[in-house]
Design a protein around this ligand. Sequence first.
Ligand SMILES: O=C(O)CCC(=O)C(=O)O
Length: 262
Amino acid sequence: MNYLVFQMELEVGKPEENRRIIESWLEANYSDDLDVIVLPEMWSTGYALEELREICKVDGNQSIEFLQSLAKKFNVNLIGGSIAVLEGKDIYNRAVVVNRMGEIVHVYDKMHLVPMLNEPKFLTGGHNQVEVFELEGVKMGVIICYDLRFPEIIRDLALQGIQVLHIVAEWPLARETHWNTLIRARAIENQMYVVSSNVTGIKLGVVFAGCSQIVDPWGDIVQKLDQEVGEIRATLDFEKVLQIRREVPIFETRVPEKYRKL
Ligand SMILES: O=C(O)CCC(=O)C(=O)O
């Protein structure tokens, strides 16, 4: 399965501008053999939290429709990063997955809100448990940024059978070590591919880490960016997931009846 991951520098509070950036990047980087494209967290608005409610009155669904038309135009599946969406009084940080036909196959609202960013003041945490979706017959999951710190939900997805986890993020450089280490740990402990798309650049005084990467189920880095705007291309081989799970059979060795429910 052929992947293309975008590491972008986004324009805070300007969804139209960010849609233009993504479309022209894709026009320049698209190739016929692509199966899945991955975009970062909150790519349409960035962390314009103070203005988010006003922006979301106009945007949100517009950016989701943009993803649907992009998927159809380029005939590609999209892990469409996440988008701030207003529902009633609540704003959710919503990851959206769209298939080649432009159909929404999965949505996930960020469950863990980040105290360091004052997210709970502006956003509502997702109400639902994590669920699996399928693209091209492969079971997958998606989480958003800070969720990476909560191994419980990633194990939940692994036990539901995913072979690849996507992380869409706006992770800061100040905690780059955590980002790199946790991604590899999640790949090793769940024996699955981890594909991440982070942003780069400096926005509202925050320096972002970049370091978008694909890690294989052994924990080896397949491809990784530093802080540049750019993309990763890689082919994921799901036979490798099965082979590593046979070689080190942790899922068969688990004794959940002995684990305390946390
Ligand atoms: O957990 C972290 O250190 C960063 C989290 C974050 O920036 C986010 O969830 O947007």
